[in-house]
Ligand binder design. Structure first.
Ligand SMILES: Cc1cc2nc3c(=O)[nH]c(=O)nc-3n(C[C@H](O)[C@H](O)[C@H](O)COP(=O)(O)O)c2cc1C
Length: 362
């Protein structure tokens, strides 16, 4: 089925459904000779798990590497990773299968696949598909680390609560200490309250995740339609619930003068570098050598506990529906490693294409 793969040199295909047997990924084009410890991939996938906020679905999310590695190193053959679905309860979806949830993909998917789609838990449109994505992202992060590049994401907004201060690369490493993945403990607490308030009102909230990639040298990217920002934007927009992507100053640049928005150049050490980073590390679709800074806006979780209007597709009658399934009041904390993974996949693909990561690692 087209549309399930991303990348040209490092090609990742996702598969699985929320309530099917498993979810997972197939990576084709990973260079050989990459040391790939299963626990490192597992550690990253575990970051999607949350214990206090979020869905009551408890999946162990144990990653099984089925192919593509031998004696702890990648072989260059396709890497298949599986994550079994264990904690599945499809009962609520049987009751509401003909009544699409407002805000979710149910109605559009029913129209696209003529009703043959697996509707249980949102099927292939569920956030669960991102478990395989994070596993693939773990491999691309290892590849990027080999060339001295790191990708870190953190939460900068949940509902009406925002982190307004600048963060350092050291701060970014603290993101996963916070349950909402925000580097500031005080703001983090306020974000938790915001999520709990929405949940107690049978509602949900959205937010913004910022992702910062460091160590990408200048000149990475291809022309026009395969430019670094267009590929990142496409990839990040394909994460379920993402409704906006901005680079550097982003939409704010529309209100600035050129003199305010341009990043002047200077010599730093022995390198030519922009002295500020309004561009977010990308100009002309190519990396400038500055950190790549992207912000990704997530809508509030569509599945909410309130009574909503919908239509019974069998009787074509308007009905009221109240969901009985299990859902996150805010997908943002779980999506932080997903954004990190998606950004890493695109950067690894572009770096292999640009010859910065060799096809055989030694
Ligand atoms: C990590 C993650 C977890 C998600 N969990 C849920 C969930 O529990 N309930 C829900 O209704 N939507 C959830 N979503 C969002 C839906 O999958 C998404 O809104 C839906 O597929 C419709 O697609 P769209 O919002 O991109 O248009 C999640 C998304 C992500 C990234």
């Amino acid at each position: 089925m087209p549309g399930n793969s991303i990348g040209r040199a490092f090609v990742v295909t996702l598969f699985g459904e929320s309530h099917g047997t498993c979810v997972g990924c197939l990576i084709d084009g990973c260079p050989s000779g990459l040391e790939m410890k299963a626990d490192e991939i597992q550690e990253f996938v575990d970051k999607r798990q949350l214990n206090v906020l979020g869905t009551t679905r408890r999946e162990p999310d144990k990653v099984e590497v089925m192919s593509g590695t031998f004696r702890g190193f990648t072989t260059g053959a396709p890497i298949c990773m599986l994550i079994w679905n264990r904690d599945v309860d499809s009962t609520p979806y049987e009751e509401m299968k003909a009544v699409p949830r407002p805000g979710h993909a149910d109605y559009a998917a029913n129209a696209r696949y003529g009703g043959f789609n697996d509707y249980r838990g949102g099927g292939m449109f569920s956030g669960r598909i991102t478990a395989g994505l994070v596993a693939a992202g773990g491999v691309s992060k290892l590849l990027l680390r080999r060339m001295g590049a790191e990708v870190h994401a953190h939460t900068v907004r949940i509902g009406s609560v925002s982190l307004s201060r600048e963060v350092s690369v050291e701060d970014l490493k603290l993101a996963y200490d916070s349950i909402v993945r925000c580097v500031d403990p005080v703001i983090s607490e306020k974000m938790v309250e915001e999520v709990r308030r929405a949940e107690s009102e049978g509602d949900s909230v959205g937010g913004i995740i910022e992702v910062i990639a460091t160590g990408i040298p200048p000149g990475v990217g291809d022309p026009i339609f395969e430019s670094l920002d267009s590929e990142l934007a496409k990839a990040l927009m394909s994460i379920p619930a993402v409704k906006g992507v901005e680079f550097g100053e982003g939409f704010g640049a529309a209100g600035l003068r050129g003199s305010e928005n341009n990043d002047p150049y200077g010599i730093v050490g022995d390198k030519v570098l922009p002295l500020t980073n309004k561009a977010g590390g990308i100009l002309g679709g190519l990396s400038t050598g500055m950190p790549i800074v992207v912000r990704v806006a997530f809508k509030p979780t569509p599945s909410i506990g309130r009574t909503q209007r919908s239509v019974d597709l069998r009787s074509k009658k308007e009905v009221e529906m109240k969901l009985k399934g299990r859902f996150d009041p805010c997908v943002v904390p779980r999506a932080v490693p997903v954004v990190e993974a998606m950004c890493s996949l695109v950067l690894a693909d572009q770096c292999i294409r640009g010859g910065l990561i060799p096809r055989v690692l030694s």
